[in-house]
Design a protein around this ligand. Structure first.
Ligand code: UGA
Length: 435
């Protein structure tokens, strides 16, 4: 099928490359000419595991092309995906201006029946609103349908998640649009991926409710971790014991410095806001959000409790990205910890395998950027692990100790085994490791 994807960010680009891989002919559109230039030269504009090889392959097969021209991009497309940003406003609501602008621009380009699919995470009601905006901007009456088709990709695993989805959700009342969406996803449906066909409101809410539930799991386990420390229990073992109950499941029970990223903090707040606008209160989601804010602050207090006053001390921070396998710093707990330590007078040396360049843009010359863990640990009074990069599990502890002023490791991701680290003569603190 001939498909256009408007917006070449994380969601749009992975969708474009994934659909090309599934055998479709895809045009990616973005107003950012620098980004489009990079893409034409087979370069991903951000780091995402496995994305660049996929882009390269389909730029070669010709299944994937890129343009800055929305008019050219959507010409003759059977399906137009919208995957532009929906950032948060200060009151927790969602800024829909980008998506509404794109809808207005699509209108005049429609000539025959077209399915317009929204991939961006949007408040309930947006799909129908887009229908109205597009209809207001067509040059003449032309048939089209707008479909809600939320995505559930995790950054860092987005290509895998696109090719192996847990489910496909299609929200539309139009039988014609449903048929076309089924044809689009046929390669996936053949692999028996569950399909949920529903109305747009339900599809939109599935996305928000899923993210809010996952965020709730994290805030829940982070509070249990605090209790573990108080009562002398071991959080990873508690989480394992819980997760073996198939009704709970083992995923998303890793305690840490609080959730970050471009989705959970924004989407929980947007859901709370949406509910309030209908006179409803989502007490559990509100608590999830509040606990996350508290946990992030508690991390700084924890470091200071272990280390003493940070003023004049050097601290090595391992990880800037909000999680492993990405260079994304949005709402990263590492940033708020670093800012807090800087304010308390510490000198910070940072390492991150992928996010140093992005870090420089945010932190400037306030910290020292180091190419490896051991350089970062030079003269440090403590190493603080903030992101769960696999390589931090394999630290040469003897070498690390020779570099440091004080042998202290504060492991906010529970990557290391306490007994092993202590056996090397370190003071070790993890999260919820009270036993
Ligand atoms: C999340 C969802 O997992 C995706 O399903 C969804 O499509 C996406 O949001 C979105 O709405 O676009 P993502 O933000 O990429 O994906 O990252 P996650 O892997 O979910 O991690 C979010 C945060 O939770 C990270 O800060 C991570 O470190 C933290 N986390 C995750 C924990 O602290 N503990 C865990 O057990 C799991």
């Amino acid at each position: 099928m001939k498909i256009t994807v408007i917006g070449c960010g994380y969601v749009g680009l992975v969708t474009a490359a994934g659909l090309a891989e599934a055998g479709h002919w895809v045009t990616g559109v973005d107003r950012d000419s620098l980004k489009i230039n990079k893409l034409r030269h087979q370069e991903a504009p951000f780091y995402e595991k496995d994305l660049e090889p996929l882009l390269r392959r389909h730029l070669k097969t010709g299944r994937l092309t890129f343009t800055t021209s929305l008019a050219l991009g959507v010409a003759n497309a059977q399906i137009i995906f919208i995957a532009v940003g929906t950032p948060a406003l200060s009151d927790g609501s969602v800024d829909l201006s980008q998506i509404e602008t794109v809808a207005a621009q699509i209108g005049p380009q429609l000539h025959g029946y077209t399915v317009i699919v929204n991939k961006s995470t949007v408040p309930v009601g947006t799909t129908r609103r887009l229908e109205t905006i597009i209809a207001q901007h067509t040059c003449r009456p032309v048939p089209f349908d707008v479909v809600s088709n939320p995505e559930f990709l995790r950054e860092g695993n987005a290509v895998y998640d696109f090719i192996n989805p847990d489910r496909i959700v299609i929200g539309t009342d139009s039988p014609q649009a449903r048929r076309i969406m089924e044809e689009l996803y046929r390669p996936f449906l053949k692999k028996k991926v569950p399909l949920i066909q529903t109305n747009p409101e339900t599809a939109e809410l599935i996305k928000y409710a899923s993210n809010a539930f996952l965020a709730t799991k994290i805030s829940f386990i982070n509070e249990i971790a605090e209790l573990c420390e108080a009562v002398g229990a071991d959080l990873p073992t508690v989480a394992r014991g819980m997760g073996l109950d198939h009704r709970i499941g083992p995923e998303f029970l890793s305690a840490g410095p609080g959730y970050g990223g471009s989705c959970f903090p924004k989407d929980t707040k947007a859901l709370i806001h949406l509910a309030r606008s209908y006179g409803k209160q989502l007490s559990i989601v509100e608590a999830t959000d509040a606990v996350n804010t508290r946990i992030q602050k508690a991390m700084l207090a924890k470091i200071i409790r272990i280390l003493g006053p940070p003023a004049g001390k050097t601290i090595a921070v391992y990880g800037l990205a909000f999680k492993a396998n990405t260079d994304d710093l949005r709402e990263s707990p590492a940033l708020s910890i670093i800012e807090g330590l800087l304010q308390a007078g510490a000198r910070i040396r940072v390492h991150d395998p992928k996010a140093l360049a992005a870090g420089r843009k945010v932190l400037g010359d306030k910290v020292t950027y180091c190419a490896d863990e051991y350089t970062a640990a030079q003269d440090a009074s403590a190493v603080v692990i903030t992101t769960e990069w696999e390589q931090y599990r394999r630290l040469d502890l003897d070498l690390l100790k020779t570099k440091m002023a004080q042998a202290i490791i504060i492991d906010l991701r529970n990557l290391l085994t306490p007994e092993q680290v202590r056996a090397h003569g370190f003071l070790y603190e993890g999260i919820g490791r009270g036993s």
